[in-house]
Design a protein around this ligand. Structure first.
Ligand SMILES: *[C@@H]1O[C@H](CO)[C@@H](O)[C@H](O)[C@H]1NC(C)=O
Ligand SMILES: *[C@@H]1O[C@H](CO)[C@@H](O)[C@H](O)[C@H]1NC(C)=O
Ligand SMILES: *[C@@H]1O[C@H](CO)[C@@H](O)[C@H](O)[C@H]1NC(C)=O
Ligand SMILES: *[C@@H]1O[C@H](CO)[C@@H](O)[C@H](O)[C@H]1NC(C)=O
Ligand SMILES: *[C@@H]1O[C@H](CO)[C@@H](O)[C@H](O)[C@H]1NC(C)=O
Ligand SMILES: *[C@@H]1O[C@H](CO)[C@@H](O)[C@H](O)[C@H]1NC(C)=O
Ligand SMILES: *[C@@H]1O[C@H](CO)[C@@H](O)[C@H](O)[C@H]1NC(C)=O
Ligand SMILES: *[C@@H]1O[C@H](CO)[C@@H](O)[C@H](O)[C@H]1NC(C)=O
Ligand SMILES: *[C@@H]1O[C@H](CO)[C@@H](O)[C@H](O)[C@H]1NC(C)=O
Length: 891
């Protein structure tokens, strides 16, 4: 067959096909074709003997010798494996098969070694699974294998490729450390190794790469200090090191003598510490500076006038960056002199200073994002910014100390209406007051608006009816009064979330649009409202009864999820610090005001003066020596953290009481809805309605709140904190049913052992801490059902494998059916006719969704309570899963 076919070829191309090379190339190409299993564009159809192979699509031959020099078939949707016959294309200098679906091995070393003229080898964005090949021609200039599934270590042999200019290996499964000889790649200009599993340090020899302009090592596990030689890379434009474990300072003369041409510096999510050197801003070429989520301390340099090309400045989550009130930390803003600045992110630092002063002189015409939440910024929101920042889309100033001046113009300047492009504005949790400016309605792009937690007064401006794109509106915890405007219901509006709780709204509740869906809005704590959908039960109780799962529900799994995600708690150590001292207390606390008992003391409800908000006072029992330690632990732990789901310490006091005994107390915000424990397992029988009101979405929200708090403590604090005693007793619910994790009396923080070693270590052991059986269950771990080695974890694990809905209280499903009937009835009223099969289909769809949602929640619970800590899911992934479940539930 073969010989017959060859003869035919020779006849067809009878000119001079006798050359062995020509024949070999053709054979090799046909062998290549034979391994392709999928060719959606049918381009290999042209690879047939009626055409000379030099005219086949994707093939280029040398003009003189008619041998294949290039094979370029990128983005053609080809699937299959790579034939070893390509090793016979001995004139080949370029092979480019990027962005297809090739799988299996990249050819063996022996095969690739035969391609002596190879200069470009580009197989990126396929699905190759072999180890990274290394036997390449010394002529290789570009090796591009990113986005495959290549494993193994970075081969030393690659370092011999003196002509290599481009090396793209990002997004593979490479492990091990970088070879010491990396610096021998003396022609290298571009190296991207991001998103692998590389560990260890960066080799010193990297400083020899004099032509390197791009170095991408982001998302690996690289640790220890940077080699000082890295700062000698004077050609470097981009240095990417985000999401590694590098522990280092930035040299104080960076930029003055080093990296003079740097455009992009990405070092977020590492363990950099120490001050931000002001010389960094001598680099006039700087465009992007991403320094977030490190441990930088001290002041932000305010000599940014040189960086006139700066586009992005990200400093967020350096929670000791700033002077904590000792100087004006916002000066850096007014020092920026870049007309191309697009993004300023500096949330969750320790920045203090006065906003209006800092923004007075600036004029960032291109600024799109200004994020300064979670600092100690004070002053008013200056009207200038609304004029000088015409292109702002995101403004986040929440959790600061912004106050309003007392003028009648209101706290938010009317100029806010100039923000034509504003998409997201969050000024929640400040001290703003006055009326909501009706000019806000000119911000026609607005999708999210949060004014929560201020003292806004007056009513919702009627002009808000023009905000047709608004999806998220949170006006809760203000002093807003008047009626809830009807237009909120009849806009074909995109409104998906509306929080009006804890204001002074009055009158009739709208019932259409968003107001039909009790889970999409909240009007809690508005005592003068009436009417509305029946689920609201307005006069009876402020608890919203939700449409789905109103009455009966208990889902063991959900309780498990809430509780068990906490068992991921990890390591610990100690911070140094002090607690604030409050004036000594004269009077004792009445047992009548006792609201709980902790490990080392009791908690009382108290008010300082008539008419002020109640607080919770935790008084430590000083007879117990451990209580003093616990007091310190709690102060230490909560000293530097702030998060919406952590209990906020208002103050603490350490003094002697009137009998001369030690007196230590911590004062928290009072949580009107008490502990989760009381909702899950009410002690008083007249509290049993609480459990019924704990519906699926509430449970899910609580689980998400707790997971967010833990994620923050574990992953987002500079010094990770481990709670060590998480249980429903220590989860407190505020007036909005937002969960706050409290009682840090046994918490530990993780200490860096040695800043050079790059390792983190624990000073505490894994011996059990806290309450016995503190993995809080739905059924308690002592439930009779759990014997003979069956525990809650096993119980749910088994249910996951079998039928997860069986461990859910049947009432949940019963109620679902009731709900459907109700909906059907409503539908009749609206003259919408569905036939039976359609109703069944949609019912099945709904319950499928709920089952899927519950299953994924239980799976999180099970994975978080694996017996061995190393097998447990990371809290950040648990959080992701829960958020996905929530999205599914509300979809
Ligand atoms: C061979 O390729 C040519 C060019 O694409 C095409 O016109 C012809 O139909 C092909 N012949 C066969 C037998 O597929
Ligand atoms: C085959 O190769 C020889 C020399 O290597 C060349 O002269 C000739 O043009 C080639 N013929 C074809 C049809 O490729
Ligand atoms: C990759 O290939 C797909 C088709 O398989 C195409 O849609 C896509 O645009 C290509 N991507 C690039 C970056 O070329
Ligand atoms: C080409 O390569 C294959 C596999 O690598 C080999 O089996 C074959 O003998 C080689 N030679 C020719 C002339 O095809
Ligand atoms: C990689 O391949 C995926 C899937 O074919 C495609 O969506 C994507 O655009 C490709 N990316 C690049 C950079 O080619
Ligand atoms: C590299 O390729 C050459 C040529 O095929 C071969 O002789 C040599 O053994 C290969 N080396 C390795 C380490 O595979
Ligand atoms: C690559 O790594 C991921 C994550 O560790 C793993 O799930 C996957 O199985 C690995 N793939 C290969 C081919 O090794
Ligand atoms: C700001 O930059 C402009 C050039 O864009 C320059 O002329 C001006 O002197 C700079 N101002 C300061 C205060 O550095
Ligand atoms: C604002 O943004 C728009 C598009 O986003 C752009 O066309 C315009 O030039 C920007 N305006 C200014 C003053 O930079």
């Amino acid at each position: 067959m073969l010989s017959c076919w060859s003869t035919m070829t020779m006849i067809t191309f009878s000119l001079s096909t006798t050359s062995a090379g020509n024949h070999t190339d053709q054979l090799a190409l046909l062998a290549f074709k034979s391994q392709i299993s999928h060719d959606p564009l049918r381009l290999l159809n042209s690879w047939n003997t009626s055409l000379h192979f030099c005219q086949w699509q994707g093939v280029t031959c040398g003009r003189r010798h008619q041998r294949v020099v290039k094979l370029v078939l990128k983005s053609r949707g080809l699937a299959g494996s790579l034939s070893p016959y390509i090793g016979n294309l001995s004139f080949l200098h370029t092979i480019d098969l990027e962005n297809n679906s090739f799988h299996g091995e990249i050819s063996s070393s022996e095969v690739l070694g035969r391609l002596l003229r190879l200069r470009v080898f580009a197989l990126g964005n396929n699905s190759f699974t072999s180890e990274l090949p290394s036997n390449f021609s010394r002529n290789l200039e570009s090796l591009s294998l990113g986005r495959n599934k290549l494993s193994g270590t970075f081969p030393k042999q690659l370092c011999a490729l003196q002509k290599l200019k481009t090396l793209r290996l990002a997004s593979n499964n490479l492990t091990g450390s970088l070879p010491y000889d990396l610096g021998n790649l003396s022609s290298l200009q571009f190296i991207d190794l991001a998103s692998n599993f590389l560990e260890g340090g960066i080799p010193y020899s990297i400083g020899q790469l004099k032509s390197l302009y791009f170095l991408g090592l982001d998302e690996n596990m690289l640790s220890s200090k940077l080699p000082p030689s890295i700062y000698n890379l004077s050609s470097l434009w981009t240095l990417g090191l985000t999401m590694n474990r590098i522990v280092d300072r930035l040299p104080s003369d960076i930029g003055r003598t080093f990296l003079p041409n740097l455009r992009e510096l990405f070092i977020g999510e590492n363990h950099f510490f120490g001050p931000l050197p002001s010389s960094l801003f001598n680099i006039s070429t700087l465009e992007m500076l991403e320094l977030s989520r490190n441990g930088f301390t001290g002041k932000v340099p305010d000599n940014m006038g040189n960086t006139q090309k700066l586009q992005v400045l990200s400093l967020s989550h350096n929670n000791q960056l700033g002077s904590s009130g000792h100087s004006d930390d916002l000066k850096f803003l007014s020092s920026i002199n870049s007309t191309v600045l697009r993004v300023i992110q500096a949330s969750d630092c320790q920045l203090s200073g006065i906003l209006h002063k800092s923004l007075a002189n600036i004029s960032f015409t291109q600024l799109e994002e200004l994020i300064l939440s979670g600092n100690q910024i004070s002053g008013i929101i200056p009207s200038e910014i609304f004029i000088k920042l015409p292109n702002l889309t995101i403004l986040q100033l929440s959790d600061n100390f912004l106050t309003a001046d007392n003028s009648f113009t209101g706290s938010l300047p009317v100029e806010v209406g100039n923000f034509e492009y504003l998409v997201d504005m969050d000024v929640s949790n400040n001290y703003l007051e006055g009326e909501i400016p009706n000019t806000l309605s000119k911000c026609l792009s607005l999708r999210q608006l949060s004014l929560m937690g201020n003292s806004f007064q007056g009513s919702i401006p009627p002009s808000f009816s023009s905000l047709q794109g608004l999806k998220f509106l949170d006006l809760s915890q203000n002093k807003i009064s008047g009626q809830i405007p009807m237009f909120l219901q009849n806009q074909s509006s995109s409104l998906q979330y509306l929080n009006l709780s804890f204001n002074n709204f009055e009158g009739a509740m709208p019932t259409q649009g968003i107001f039909q869906n009790a889970s999409a809005f909240s009007i809690l704590g508005n005592n003068k409202l009436c009417g509305g959908i029946s689920e609201l039960q307005l006069p009876a109780c402020p608890i919203i009864k939700q449409k789905r799962f109103g009455k009966h529900q208990i889902s063991l799994g959900l309780k498990v999820a809430i509780g068990v995600i906490v068992s991921t708690t990890v390591l610990a150590a100690l911070l140094s610090g002090r607690c604030w001292v409050m004036r000594r207390t004269k009077n004792g606390f009445s047992p009548a005001n006792s609201i709980g008992k902790g490990h080392f003391g009791s908690v009382f409800k108290a008010t300082f003066h008539e008419g002020t908000e109640p607080v919770a006072v935790k008084v430590l029992n000083m007879i117990d020596h451990k209580a003093s330690k616990s007091f310190m632990a709690e102060c230490e732990a909560l000293r530097n953290v702030r998060h919406r789901n952590l209990m906020k310490i208002l103050t603490a006091c350490s003094t002697v009481d009137f009998q001369g005994n030690d007196f230590k107390a911590i004062i928290f915000k009072f949580m009107p809805n008490g502990s989760l424990e009381n909702w899950l397992h009410p002690i008083r029988s007249d509290d049993s309605y609480l459990t019924k009101n704990l519906n699926l979405s509430r449970r899910l929200n609580i689980a998400i709140d707790v997971a967010s708090a833990l994620d923050y403590l574990h992953n987002q604090c500079e010094t990770p904190i481990v709670h060590c005693d998480l249980k429903p007793n220590n989860i407190l619910l505020d007036e909005d049913m937002v969960a706050h994790v409290g009682d840090f009396g046994l918490a530990k923080s993780l200490q860096r052992k040695n800043s050079n070693s790059g390792t983190t270590d624990t000073t505490s052991s894994f011996s059990p801490r806290g309450t016995i059986g503190y993995i809080p269950p739905g059924r308690r771990p002592t439930d009779e059902e759990f014997e003979d080695g069956l525990d809650l974890h096993q119980f749910c694990k088994i249910a996951l494998r079998k039928e997860v809905m069986k461990i859910i209280d049947p009432h949940v499903l019963e109620h679902e059916e009731e709900e459907e009937e109700e909906e059907e009835a409503n539908d009749d009223h609206r003259d919408i006719h569905l036939n039976n099969s359609e109703i069944q289909r949609s019912t099945r769809h709904e319950s499928g969704k709920i089952e899927e949602c519950i299953t994924s929640i239980i799976r999180v619970g099970v994975e978080c309570s694996m017996p061995s800590p190393s097998e447990r899911m990371e809290i950040k992934n648990a959080l992701k899963e829960l958020l996905a479940a929530k999205k599914l539930y509300f979809s």
